[in-house]
Design a protein around this ligand. Sequence first.
Ligand code: B12
Length: 321
Amino acid sequence: MRPAASRAPRRPPPPLPDDSAGLSRAAVDSARIHGFAAAGILASARPVSFERYRGWLAQGLHGEMAYLERDAAARSSFDAILPFTRSVIAVARAIPARGPGNVAKYARGEDYHHVVRRHLKAVIEDLRPLAPRDAHFRVCVDTAPLLEREIAARAGLGFLGKNGLLVVPGLGSHVVLGEILTDVALAPTLVPGDPGADRCGTCTACIDACPTAAFVAPRVLDARKCVAYLTIEKRGPFTAAEEAALEGRLFGCDVCQDVCPFNEARGAQPTGPGASLDPAEILALDANAFRARFFGSAVWRATHEGLARNAAAALRRGVRA
Ligand code: B12
């Protein structure tokens, strides 16, 4: 996850389009055609959760994820990514929420960064002929310094559950997010109600089920305890307590989503390909074999050493694939 420095030159934005509402509709329709489950438009505005983000960092809840500190300031304005950003097209793509396994669902199959990027580029191609000639577009998926869940909620894609994740009504939280920043003025999606409102009521299933009690409060995650952080982002050896908490998981964790009633809509699904890795096989991979197997998969992020460490921890607990 590298901070994305702005590459676009600082030149004046294009003239306002004649029909910003029509362009917005075209963007949302195109996103649907290209397989996104939800899409909406946010008019460029200062993020509302930037101070919250800074507070989270100040408490050290991000652990070793130094990149979140390095490019923190860039999250206070879209212009750090694309000068004169006027609108953000926000999308959510459903991930196949298939069955249990020791690999988190979002990481099974082709790397979602590639999938979302490819389809957002297709959306841009659809929009270019309709947009002013000098328009700029910039695709972002996960790695840019953006507060993606805030953008999605404010663009009307859904709301934030107590597990901190964006829930798309009728679909649930098993989605990944992406954005197109543009200097074209698009009509924003009208969002009924407060996008930050708590829609979970008295339910605390995610907080109660977290295997490491990683939620400090509803929507506030101590990433240092989260199994996703431990298995993907943390470098170096585990403590005994961390190792015990993994319960054989090799990459990421879905517990706070699997227990969420908003995810029941998609029902139980049979386990699909890539759900589990055999820890013994993983331990036997050398660096070249790791590359051959995981380059182009989200699992690559864990690194060869990290995944081998996770596999060794699973084997010590007697967990097989
Ligand atoms: C760092 C990171 C992690 C870290 C820290 C997680 C975290 N909760 O912050 C770790 C490695 C632990 C992690 C784990 C996971 N991650 Co992650 N992660 C990110 C990343 C890169 C940055 C998140 C961040 O800024 N955190 C900072 C803190 C301050 O966030 P926060 O306290 O939750 O507050 C945010 C929101 O709650 C919201 N908010 C809070 N209050 C309010 C109020 C209002 C009014 C509004 C509008 C918004 C709002 O805004 C805040 C800032 O964004 C994003 C991509 C991105 N660029 O945004 C993906 C992202 C959040 N991760 C994602 C995924 C899929 C996961 C996992 C499910 C993967 C897995 N299965 O193992 C787990 C889920 C763990 C969890 N319950 O959070 C998806 C989430 C999709 C969704 N449905 O929301 C994202 C958006 C990536 C993507 N492009 O799809 N992740």
